[in-house]
Design a protein around this ligand. Structure first.
Ligand code: NAD
Length: 276
């Protein structure tokens, strides 16, 4: 695939399409899915310590013929590893499990207490060249403002729940003003709420010979958002990558905007119980 990319403010590029591996915990399942993804052209992999599959991702990467520098690997520091020393240790453990000596992107998974100290450790790891780009996930505007007020390097990306029913318009605009790239998790709405059966997505898809999932992913791409759809079904893995041979019109984009109900499908970043 000839994939477009987004450029962080330090010049490093992130492929706009990645492969998410949340909930793919079995070695064999991960092995099959990720190998299929690499075969059809994905070069960006999104994992996290808490997904419990970094070691399996590492095995696939090691056994593939793709040079490490041609891959873009993201992982994330989990809530109970927050703090300066804790983050450094968690990062090293992630590298060891992945069997690599650097990450392309490391994210604070959620804005749990002590994210400032966590960020300071990430700034150092970045300065030392062990991470090519650093960012956050599930940060609201108030978290971003607080982080930027107390640290040196601005986050380069924020990975947040985003889909047509929850486009995150306000946060999207705030991030644009601050040069923070928008990355969507749950880009397909996690297969929930019958999103992909919305007639408007089907109708638009029919014009281009594309599925509702492809229309949704293309909508993200045209908003300038990085997407990391997940699937373990080979045909869907290929389908989700076949989104660079058509374009939506302004009218299509406007029709998709009508699906906005400002509804989260998953946990709120302000859920204090979850963050504790
Ligand atoms: P997603 O929106 O990618 O949805 C995945 C589900 O959609 C699949 O399990 C399947 O049921 C369905 N699906 C996939 N392709 C389809 C297709 N072509 N047609 C019809 N249905 C299809 O949701 P996700 O996996 O939660 O999010 C993607 C990635 O984002 C994750 O794998 C993970 O890497 C990341 N993520 C991050 C966070 C975070 O807190 N930072 C949270 C959730 C997910």
């Amino acid at each position: 695939i000839s994939e477009p990319s987004k450029t962080f403010r330090n010049g490093v590029k992130i492929p706009q399409l990645g492969f998410g591996v949340f909930l793919v915990k079995e070695r064999e399942e991960l092995d099959k899915a990720l190998n299929k993804a690499l075969e059809v052209g994905y070069r960006h992999i999104d994992t996290a310590m808490i997904y419990q599959n970094e070691a399996f991702v590492g095995e696939v990467v090691k056994n593939s013929s793709i040079p490490r520098e041609d891959l873009f690997i993201t992982s994330k520091v989990w809530n109970y590893d927050h703090g300066y020393e804790e983050t450094k240790a968690a990062f090293q453990a992630t590298l060891d499990r992945l069997g690599t000596d650097y990450l392309d992107l490391y994210l604070i998974h959620w804005a749990a207490p002590h994210y400032i100290e966590t960020w300071k450790a990430m700034e150092e790891l970045y300065e030392a060249g062990k991470i090519k780009a650093i960012g956050v996930s599930n940060f609201q505007i108030h978290h971003l403002e607080d982080l930027m007020a107390h640290t040196t390097i601005k986050p380069m990306i924020n990975q947040i729940e985003t889909h047509p029913e929850f486009p995150q318009n306000e946060l999207h605009e705030f991030m644009q003003e601050h040069g923070i790239i928008h990355e969507a998790w749950g880009p397909l709405g996690q297969g929930k709420n019958d999103l992909l059966n919305q007639p408007v997505l089907k109708e638009i898809g029919e014009k281009y010979g594309k599925t509702p999932a492809q229309v949704v992913l293309r909508w993200h791409i045209e908003r300038g958002v990085v997407v990391i759809p997940k699937s373990v079904t080979p045909s869907r893995i290929a389908e989700n990558a076949a989104i660079f041979d058509f374009a939506l019109t302004t009218e299509d984009m406007a029709r998709i905007s009508t699906l906005d109900t400002n509804t989260r499908y998953a946990t709120s970043p302000d859920d204090q119980e979850f963050l504790a």
